[in-house]
Write a protein that binds this ligand. Sequence first.
Ligand SMILES: Cc1ncc(COP(=O)(O)O)c(C=O)c1O
Length: 477
Amino acid sequence: MTISDENRRLEESDKKYLWHPFTQMKDWLEEKPVIISEGRDCFIKDVYGRWYLDAVSSMWVNIHGHKKKEIDDAIKEQIDRISHSTLLGSSNVPAIKLAEKLINIIQGSRGQGVKGSSKIKPLKPRTLETSNPVVLSKVFYSDNGSTSVEIALKMSFQYWIHRGVEGKHSFLSLKNAYHGDTLGAVSVGGIDIFHKTFRPLLFKTYNAPSPYCYKCEHGETCPECSLACLGEMENILRQHSNEIAAVIIEPLVQAAGGMVVYPQGYLKGVRDLCTKYNVLMIADEVATGFGRTGKMFACEHEDVTPDIMCLSKGITGGYLPLAVTIATDEIYNAFLGEFKELKTFFHGHSYTGNPLACAAALACLDIFEKDETLKNLKPKIEVLERWLKEISELPHVGDARNKGLMAGVELVKDKNTKEPYAWEEKIGWKAAYHARDNGVLLRPLGNVIVIMPPLSISIENLKQMLNVIKDVIVAVT
Ligand SMILES: Cc1ncc(COP(=O)(O)O)c(C=O)c1O
């Protein structure tokens, strides 16, 4: 069989046997699929031998590039020992080491065996005098961002039960939020296109406005608004905090909501409200964690420590599925009790704490230190910001925003009125197809072009990618 016969067979089999996520399969069946067979650094190659710049880090997961030797070696070494054993009733070496390393990074401890962890700035404890400092200290493993969120929701709900506080059966989340696709995560989601259909199946939540300054629902401008969106969150908490177990929030950036970047002080304001009204704060750092925003965790930008933190995506450098939900001792201690008291957290997955994934994550964290990943981001962020400023002058670019190396370019039909392109115009996808023809792999969010390359991208490749994207925007608009 020739290579082209083999590729044709792959295409046919893909269309015959696969159902792709977040994909209208009718369109897919009419298109020529990109089938990836190889990767190196920030590039991926399809079966026809074409290389693409991976501008969205293979769905926001890749950090240090593809085929990174240290991660490859760590996984191979772990395979030679054992690939999987369960955390239910036993433990495993990489899971223990990774939990320790994560906690040391988060707490900024210089604990033994944590090489150079002082380079990564610690998260600071919360500051309201009324409360004890919050210290994240216990790691609960799962496999993906959605499950890390499910766990955070169940954990916070059960925490209040154990504390003897009744009635906290709901959550406060943001409009335009995205926390994953399992039903608990969808319940706290706020993107109608994805979530509305499932509403009859979901539990009740309270929804505060999204701090989406470009499309402020109060029609205000920041900072003159004095964060009116935060004021509305406070109104909800004032009336309903006795029903609310936790506020869940994507810190600093609503990622799937269109790379919406929060105004300064908003996140800190949410932390203070949670403390003031005695509800837990869940920071879903699934998209923002591991350097994407320019710091290890987005919460660091405003010196915020949540009560629960969810991490996934970049944790393994984009190699293997892994997630953690990290809680404070205060939460963990509430679950301690006699066996017969049934205070146990009855939750767990078959692949929880998978040794291969944990070994990959340990290698990924080592590379942050060895390659000084965070320090090296600064000039790249500057290049990106200069470019965003430049393209915001284009007639159909409504808003061009970023936090670190997470950026969104919102295309609009009419810049003056901010009228969006209609969904069926598929403007984002037109841009993505065009970019693909020019060697850049994008995945848009509606009318927003997402730019989120691996953190290891070189300045040269970054500039090359941005040039292509600019040309594409001009061409499709
Ligand atoms: C903030 C946030 N939370 C949760 C998730 C869900 O993660 P996963 O797709 O791994 O389930 C995502 C995915 O994009 C996300 O951006």
